[in-house]
Every structure is written in C-alpha cells, then in structure tokens.
Design a protein around this ligand. Structure first.
Ligand SMILES: Cc1cc2nc3c(=O)[nH]c(=O)nc-3n(C[C@H](O)[C@H](O)[C@H](O)COP(=O)(O)O)c2cc1C
Ligand SMILES: [Mn+2]
Length: 481
C-alpha cells in the first residue's frame, strides 16, 4: 500500500527501527546538521527532532539516508525492482492474438493509475494563512557555519511551462531572506530556470511558483529525478508508488500541489529580479559561492494543523543525497540502455558527487566504441555534467572501484586514451574556467584493438586454473591453515 503522506512513511520507518525520535532540545542552527551528519555516516536511523530549539514544528531528516531506507521509501526489497518494473514497460510490445492482448490489460490498467488526480481539498490546506504568515515560523536549518543563512533544502518547487502548459517539479534549495522572501536556486540547466526564461520571453512580469515541503517519499523523491523536460514528476511519482498522487489547487494561483503535503508556500518569482544567494555548504563537500538567483515572494502559506518540517543536509560525502543518487543510478540504467544497449553497468562513486566520476562498462563492438559512449553520455540530459567518464570492458565490475582503478590504470596510454571536450558543466563546479562552462574528460580504459591502431599483443589478466583451486581447497585445512 502506497504511503499516503510523510507521517505514514515515518510510521513505517519506526516499525522497521529506522527512526529515532529526539526529545532533547536541539538547535536548527548547525546542531541538527551535526546530528544528521554523524547519523548518516554510521548508517544510523532517520531522525525526528520533536523539540527543535525555538519552534513547535518537528524536524524530519535522513529519511532516505541508506539503501535500506531508500527501499522502504520506494516500498521495494531492492531498488533494482524499480529498474525491472521500468524494463517491463519498455519491453512491452504489440501482443499477438486475443489472449496476449488480454494478458496486457492489467499492465495497461496499472498505467492508468500513475496519472495524478485533482482532489477538491487536502490536508495541506487544513490551515490557510493569507495574512499572518512568515517563513520564520518554521525550523529551517542553517546547515553549515559559513552558510549565508537558513536554507529550505528539501522543497518540491512547482511551476508551469508557459508554452506547453506542462507542470514541472524540481528540488531547488531556497535561502530565506526574510518573513516573505527566499532565494530560488534553480540552476540554469534545470526546468524551473527554463520556465523562467520562457516567461521572460513572453514578457510576463511574474511567474507563479508553489513549493511543497514534506510529502509521501515517492513524491518527494520524484523531484530530484533527471527526467526529460515536460515529463510530469507527479506521474512518475504515481508510477513509483503504484497509486496516483492526489493534488489540490493552490489558493492563490492555478498551480497544483500534492494534497497530502505538510506545508505549502504559494507565491511568485518576479521576472528580472535577482538577488545574491549563498554561500551554502553544498553536496560537493565545499561551499558553493554567492551568485545571483531569482527571488521567490510568498503570498500565502497553507499547512496541516500539526505540520512536520522535512529537510536534509548536504556536505562531505556520503550524505543522504548519495543514497538518493545511488537509487537514481540503478533506476535509470534501463532507460540509459534503451539508447545505449552496449552499456552493461554504470557506477557513480560517492567521492565523485554523482557527476564528477562515472564508471561505465560496455560491450565493445567496434573501434572507437568507448568514445562514442562518452559522447552519448555527455549528450544525455543531466549526464551532460559528467566531468570524468571512465569506460571499461564488460568484464570489469564497475561497482568495485578498486578493480576499476587497477584495470583502468593498467590499460591506458594516457596521451592516447584521454578525450577532452568543452561544454556545459554543473553550476556547482568551482574549478571550471567560467560558471557553467568548462572541460570534461573521458578515459578509454577498454582493451585496445588493432582497428584502433594498437598492434602490440595484449596480455590476459592473471587467473589460477580451476583444477589447482579445487586441489588447494582440499589441501588447505590439512596444511594447517
Ligand atoms: C537535496 C537536493 C538538493 C538539490 N538542490 C538543488 C538546487 O538548489 N538547485 C538545482 O538546480 N538543483 C538542485 N538539486 C538537483 C535537482 O533537484 C535535480 O537536478 C532535478 O532533476 C531537477 O529537476 P528538473 O529537471 O525538473 O529541473 C538538488 C537535489 C537534491 C537531492
Ligand atoms: Mn523536470
């Protein structure tokens, strides 16, 4: 059964001993970060701070902060199950005969359940605050010492594409400036920023934006997924939870938000208005520096009678977002393989902060194949940010970074096997020559072929024969080992 809301998920975490209620008073200024950081690094439970200093609203953090919690969040035994479900849909083809068609009906019916439904009311509007509202009423964290202020870190930011009318939901952090304004940190490559540009082109003065905080885990998780533009995150959330997401119409705009959210900020972004945002202790493990971003003006806050404030912290890896990203890696593999069937597996090690290092194994079939795969990845949605792509042959287990380092480093003639390209880079990259623009590197660590100009013999990896292994298995004990 799909979780209805955040509190339903919290109950499930508690049942699985994956939640700790913290009764002592803890300050949302820095102290909650230190708790959450220590908890994630020792694979501890999610945390519910029932007594954040100075606030009545409890703070929930680390709900996704391990593979087990990700599995509970997506209600699967392994996130690979989600990948398998996606593969089943991708493999669906025109069935033969009546029986085949009948067999497809349940799948088609299931698909119908993915689409969001609009309800006339929802718990997120139990309290409607149009006059007396303030962002300062919520226990928003100051995460790290050099942060510019308090940041909402787990917001679902809703906007509409003015050309297609399609909805987008992205997770973009928000720095609180005062009671009614916040920064809107959608980076230039993201859909929120694209909607903003299009609104600007239409000469609009304002762009409606609504922000939901705290919802059922699949809905929250859908906001981070690197989906193609105009693909509704709420539909994907419906797929993930196998049940439609219920939406309600906002009070002050025609956007819709998840009906079961904890808190909703309704408002707008004034086109052309920018304000300095950051620094912010970011998921690279470094501070992202100040930059100009649009300003979100709150016109109304709706909430539950007893809301829970959901948040996360990012910082030196691994943090909660590493596990969210690891699940993305697993779930998106079948989709990547739709375009690139030669890809066997990919791995984004924690130290690479997703985009800095992508290890890819391929079934190499023609000269230059590894480079083709690099370029394809650089052309694939948010994978364009991949700063370093290492391509290995299919026999290498990319989930084992030591094996990759060993084999890749042996296999490369650096001058020959490294491919540099210029292009868009992640907004958070502090080393690129310009913001959002810089170089990327691919390493072809596959075995080289004569067709690639390599005519020397290529050695085999050392392996003992199975007969000798069996014989030594038998002798091992009697040898006194
Ligand atoms: C905890 C967390 C915080 C994030 N903060 C931001 C952010 O401040 N700005 C941003 O552009 N992306 C941020 N992201 C990444 C986006 O949510 C992600 O790229 C998403 O796919 C964007 O959706 P879109 O393609 O609909 O724009 C964050 C991701 C996570 C997990
Ligand atoms: Mn999107």
């Amino acid at each position: 059964m799909a979780y209805t809301d955040l509190r339903d998920f919290i109950r499930a975490l508690e049942k699985h001993k994956e939640l700790k209620r913290i009764k002592v008073e803890v300050d949302p200024i820095l102290e909650i970060t230190e708790f959450a950081d220590r908890a994630v690094k020792r694979a501890g439970p999610a945390l519910l701070f029932e007594n954040p200093k100075g606030y009545q609203v409890p703070v929930f953090i680390n709900g996704f902060a391990s593979m087990h919690k990700m599995e509970l969040a997506l209600e699967v035994d392994s996130v690979d199950t989600v990948a398998r479900r996606i593969s089943e849909y991708l493999e669906m083809r025109m069935p033969e005969g009546l029986m085949g068609k009948l067999k497809m009906l349940p799948k088609l019916a299931e698909m119908g359940s993915f689409f969001p439904r609009v309800a006339s009311k929802g718990p997120c509007q139990e309290v409607i605050r149009t006059g007396d509202f303030s962002l300062l009423d919520y226990p928003v964290l100051k995460c790290w010492p050099e942060d510019a202020g308090r940041f909402i870190t787990l917001p679902l930011v809703f906007s509409r594409n003015p050309d297609t009318g399609k909805r987008n939901c992205g997770m973009y952090r928000m720095q609180i400036y005062d009671a009614r304004t916040a920064g809107m940190h959608w980076q230039t490559h993201k859909q929120g920023a694209e909607h903003y540009r299009r609104m600007n082109a239409h000469g609009r003065a304002r762009m409606d934006v609504a922000v939901a905080i705290g919802a059922d885990p699949a809905t929250m998780y859908s906001a981070i997924l690197p989906l193609p533009p105009d693909l509704d995150e709420m539909m994907i959330a419906g797929f993930l939870r196998s049940s439609p997401v219920e939406m309600v119409k906002c009070q002050t705009s025609d956007l819709e938000v998840p009906a079961h959210a904890e808190i909703v900020l309704e408002g707008y972004v004034e086109l052309g208005e920018l304000r300095s945002e950051g620094p912010f202790g970011d998921h690279t493990g470094f501070y992202s520096l100040e930059d100009d971003y649009p300003v979100f003006h709150v016109t109304c806050i709706t909430q539950r009678r007893d809301p829970i404030y959901a948040t996360t912290i990012v910082g030196p890896p691994p943090m909660e977002d590493f596990y969210m990203g690891k699940a993305v890696e697993r779930i998106f593999l079948p989709l990547m393989r739709l375009q690139l069937p030669e890809v066997r597996d990919i791995c984004m090690p924690a130290e690479g902060i997703f985009h800095n290092l992508i290890l890819v194994s391929i079934r190499k079939s023609y000269p230059g194949h590894a480079r083709k795969v690099m370029h394809a990845i650089w052309g694939l949605g948010q994978a364009m940010f991949s700063k370093c792509i290492v391509v290995v042959d299919e026999g290498v287990n990319v989930q084992d970074t030591r094996e990759v380092a060993w084999k890749a480093l042996n296999n490369i003639d650096p001058e020959r096997d490294i491919q540099f390209v210029l292009g868009p880079v992640d907004s958070l990259d502090h080393s690129s020559r310009l913001p959002n623009y810089g170089s990327k590197m691919g390493v072809d660590a596959t075995r080289k072929w004569p067709g690639e100009g390599f005519t020397r013999p290529w050695p085999n990896v050392i392996q003992m024969t199975p007969e000798v292994k069996r014989r030594v298995d038998e002798l091992w004990k009697s040898a006194g080992l």
